[in-house]
Design a protein around this ligand. Structure first.
Ligand SMILES: [Zn+2]
Length: 322
């Protein structure tokens, strides 16, 4: 049965504040409201207030309400002006998470069905579903996380999706779906994200030296052969050599291979780039976008989030690339 969405869309006069950019969504992000308000109240409050914070849908125990059109971006993932979460994902808030209980349970149940419906409509698999935490490290959806049920929620969405006759995802462990044909506009980091594999592995399995040079129609392996996957780790580090020293935004801006190395490594960890930009923004220039990516990486890695690349950030990036 199709879930009907009740729309209470933000006025166009507030687009500049709430949803300034056109969006071609690629992901769905799940949140908990950390509140005890109904979906109708969450949406009317969100579209009426003067804060830029916004999200597309709120789901409670009875209904789904929409406040932002799905072809506009919303500010819900805290990963910055150019963040993939903010610019490429549809935000779904699950209501009544503050107190939990039966009303929350029912809201979560409806949200699971609704997210499955969104996936089905778009021909997407479960691999397009993210939690808010994935984008900027925020502890959200807090109730699902604190109850240790994220995988359970994802499995429930996948089950609903199958019941709707939707696409299943292509987990790296399955024998089918072990290749991917590159489509127009794809970037290697998109493919890695969508398929749930690391960019470093994707490069290794397909012998790709330059991640910016993939061709439309190229068939990529999504798995390594069993012999090669057990003997890795060294190649990864060498393909992401990182510079020493301090790099920060200066005037004129620092440019060069060292900056490019930082950008490539951050891209492999999904903190870069700006996907709208040429070459995914891997331009070898340490400007505000790179500093912002460094900042986001630092903030989820327990470092001082100052956007300045130095030895501590280098060590953390190396640790995460292992
Ligand atoms: Zn959230």
């Amino acid at each position: 049965m199709t879930i009907t969405v009740k729309k209470n869309l933000v006025s166009e006069a507030k687009y500049a504040l709430k949803c300034p950019n056109h969006m071609d969504a690629e992901y769905i992000t799940i949140h908990n409201t950390a509140n005890d308000a109904s979906a109708a109240n969450e949406i009317s409050y969100m579209i009426g207030n003067t804060s830029s914070t916004s999200f597309h849908f709120a789901v409670d125990d009875k209904e789904v309400r929409q406040g932002i059109p799905t072809n506009r971006n919303a500010w819900h993932t805290g990963d910055g002006k150019y963040g993939t979460g903010n610019r490429k994902s549809i935000g779904v808030e699950i209501c009544y998470s503050k107190s939990g209980g039966a009303k929350y349970k029912a809201a979560e149940k409806l949200a699971i069905k609704f997210v499955a419906q969104l996936l089905k409509e778009r021909g997407w698999g479960i691999d397009r579903v993210r939690k808010h935490q994935d984008w900027n490290g925020k502890y959200c959806p807090h109730r699902i996380l604190s109850e240790g049920r994220w995988n359970e929620v994802k499995a429930a969405i996948e089950k609903e999706l199958k019941a709707l006759g939707g696409k299943t995802s292509s987990p790296s462990g399955s024998s089918s779906g072990s290749t991917y044909t590159v489509k127009k506009g794809d970037t290697l980091s998109d493919i890695a994200k969508a398929k749930g594999v690391s960019m470093a592995n994707l490069q290794k399995w397909n012998n790709i030296k330059d991640p910016n040079k993939i061709k439309v129609g190229q068939i990529l392996k999504l798995k390594g052969s069993s012999s090669s996957s057990s003997t890795k780790s060294s190649s990864k580090k060498s393909s992401y050599a990182l510079p020493s020293g301090v790099i920060k935004v200066t005037s004129p801006m620092t440019k060069g291979t060292n900056v490019r190395q930082v950008q490539n490594a951050l891209a492999a960890l999904y903190f870069y780039p700006d996907k709208g930009a040429k070459n995914n923004g891997i331009d070898g220039v340490y400007g505000p976008k790179t500093a912002n990516a460094v900042k986001r990486f630092q903030s989820v890695s327990g470092l001082t989030a100052d956007g300045i690349y130095g030895s501590k950030t280098k060590a953390k990036i190396e640790e995460k690339l292992k």
